[in-house]
Design a protein around this ligand. Sequence first.
Ligand SMILES: [Zn+2]
Length: 384
Amino acid sequence: MEKYDILVCADILEQEYDMYNNGFNYLVPCMVRTSGWQILSNKFINFTKSAILCFEYDFLPSMFFCQVVVYFLRRFKLTSDSDNLSGYVGELYRDVALFDINDTGCEKVLLCSHKNSIQAQIWIWGIGMENTGRMIRGLLEDDMFVIQRKYDVMKAVEIKIKCPESTLISNKGGINLESLRPVREYWCKEHNIIHDCLLFKQYWMLNVIVDDTVSEEEQNFIRVSKASVEVLTDILYDLANASACPITKPRNECDITYLYAELRRQGLCLPSRGRWGGDNWPCERVAVNVGDDIERIRLNRNRLQHTSHFEMSIFEFTDRWKKLNALAKRFDARLTPAVFYEDRLIRLNHYLGRKLDFQNFQTKESKGTSNLQLKQIKAFAFAK
Ligand SMILES: [Zn+2]
């Protein structure tokens, strides 16, 4: 039956080996659930998607994808529910399969077959590792080389890439990966917009020289972001802890949204206009209460969060940076920290920034934001 592909010997990971019958596990292609794309997209949320790597062929026999899955089963575990209510081994369907890349489960590879193409996308919870894409591509190419020979299939005609938000069940919007080598952006036919392709290339392309330089406007944004996540959050945390009822959470679990709400709840340091909230930056000259500075920290965070451009003009940066330094100086006098907040901001003046900072900042800052925002932010981290 193996000869006719009615059964495919999976010979999967050791624990699946049947000790009693001293035999191997077999994948029975006709018994695999038909379509899983919709099920998977409903089941898994809040993750970053890599760009999609597509191997397009002139023709693929129906068993080709099944063989690719079996080769991957020898390397990785299928993603599976802890309760396994469905009774199936894991997330395996006729046209799609999801594998855990390591035991943490934080990175998964989705393999999909559509028409005459084999596609791969990495799903990441958290930061993810830098070389996962290239590692998976290498394994996939090795496996497919062997399977091509077995089925006498010509090698892939073209290797394409699709943006992270593309659907896997369409061949629309793909662009030749090598054609992107000399460029920074391309026109996505699926979404009718321009995508920056630097990270796509960095993720899937072999021998790519990474351009890690950032523009001055991007640098400004990174500096203010770092000031917000590191220094201003510390200020609110120290302030909340200096009050009569200190908070119980550790610093790394607190973001500005949480600390602002906490300080507001304590109600000890009301802004000078007598109430919390609002969209206007308190007047630098007259609004000098602690509450005014708490509002400034919140408004600064909102400026960073509610933006479609991860850039800050030199004009805005100069003005904002001056105000943040003055604010830090006031808190140095109020809280007398071991290392002055203002000195920490001055040190950030020389921070040049890297592309990776966008990703790091967004991951930290997005705690407490809605799922939608989180998705948008993460899409940015990969689209940038
Ligand atoms: Zn697109």
